[in-house]
Design a protein around this ligand. Structure first.
Ligand SMILES: CC(=O)N[C@H](C=O)[C@@H](O)[C@H](O)[C@H](O)CO
Ligand SMILES: CC(=O)C(=O)O
Length: 320
């Protein structure tokens, strides 16, 4: 069993993998990035090499280096560093799990393999179990993201009896809008000290009502402060303020979703708000358009997420 650790709570930023204009990983800005999250956004947990981090577009060697850099730079600054180690190859996934343990990460997360897919709960559990066993001292999180993996096995079903199979199981990152499934995960596991981490940032308040203990998301990179205000309002049972904060966040996310929003756009927005150059995404993804950036910038400004002194356009010069 994993050593009883402090439960993963509050906001977890799904980190972006910064890249150079030539498509190589830009390790040099990760130190600054850690400081930015902690000092400017009040976010002290990270989720590395996930969807936002283009984890599945990196080589195994790159994933190891990225994980190591975040753990090193985050030491004594971050509370927890969770590494996503999911891969299509069980061997690769196990290698990454072992590596996460070696470098002193605080946990590992795994998505369902999405090419040759598990067709039922037991088959999926078996795969996850083999990965978890490669890092027997690390808390294990299942990353449920059916829209991207195509694996629609309900999380509620998966969690039923999971600790018997995976003794290090510690929680769920739930990136889906099915609040019945999410609520039942919480309801049926109340006796257990699991972390229930919600992954749809624009609906977090509803998930808090349903029992979420934290959240992992891309927007906490740059809307962490605002989202923390929502969490605080919820804590003190000031639901009308909490709702106002959620609506404000929704106005931004709704706006960008309509323009077309994904990892590329997240990289551009983070560059704009933090001033730290995130660079382009890796193919098949393509850089966000100049038009997207102009529109997003105007929206961020009008919602008060970007003060005019924050504008660090220099880093966006390569967008055209
Ligand atoms: C599919 C995806 O990347 N989801 C992210 C995390 O799970 C979220 O943080 C979204 O980016 C966010 O909720 C906006 O839709
Ligand atoms: C959003 C998220 O959790 C991810 O990028 O994996």
């Amino acid at each position: 069993m994993a050593s009883p650790k402090k439960q993963l709570q509050g906001l977890v930023a799904a980190t972006i993998t910064p890249m150079t204009e030539h498509g190589e990983i830009n390790f040099s800005v990760i130190g600054q990035y850690v400081d930015y999250l902690v000092e400017e956004q009040g976010v002290k947990n990270i989720f590395v090499n996930g969807t936002t981090g283009e984890g599945l577009s990196l080589s195994v060697s790159e994933r190891r280096q990225v994980a190591e850099e975040w753990v090193t730079r985050g030491r004594n600054k971050l509370d927890q560093v969770v590494i996503h180690v999911g891969a299509l190859s069980l061997k690769e996934s196990q290698e990454l799990a072992r590596h996460a343990a070696e470098i002193g990460a605080d946990g590992i997360a795994v998505i369902a393999p999405f090419f040759l897919k598990p067709w039922n709960k037991d088959v999926l559990i078996n795969f996850l179990k083999e990965v978890a066993a490669a890092a027997p001292a690390l808390p294990f999180y299942y990353y449920h993201i059916p829209a991207l993996t195509g694996v629609k096995i309900r999380a509620e079903e998966l969690l039923d009896g999971i600790q018997d199979k995976i003794p290090t199981f510690q929680g769920l990152k739930f990136s889906d809008t099915d609040l019945l499934d999410f609520g039942q995960c919480v309801d049926q596991n109340r006796q257990r000290q699991f972390a229930f981490l919600f992954g749809v940032d624009e609906q977090l308040l509803s998930a808090l009502v349903m029992g979420a203990t934290g959240a992992v998301g891309s927007t906490y990179n740059y809307l962490g402060k605002k989202t923390n205000q929502m969490l605080e309002a919820f804590e003190r049972k000031d639901f009308s303020s909490a709702l106002n904060h959620q609506f404000c966040i929704q106005r931004f996310i709704n706006f960008v979703l309509k323009l077309g929003f994904g990892v590329s756009q997240t990289k551009a927005i983070m560059t704009l708000v933090s001033g730290i150059p995130m660079g382009p995404p890796r193919p098949p993804l393509q850089k966000a358009s100049r038009e997207f950036i102009d529109d997003a910038k105007a929206k961020l400004k009008s919602l008060g997420f970007l003060s005019s002194t924050d504008l660090k356009d220099g880093n966006l010069e390569s967008y055209s």
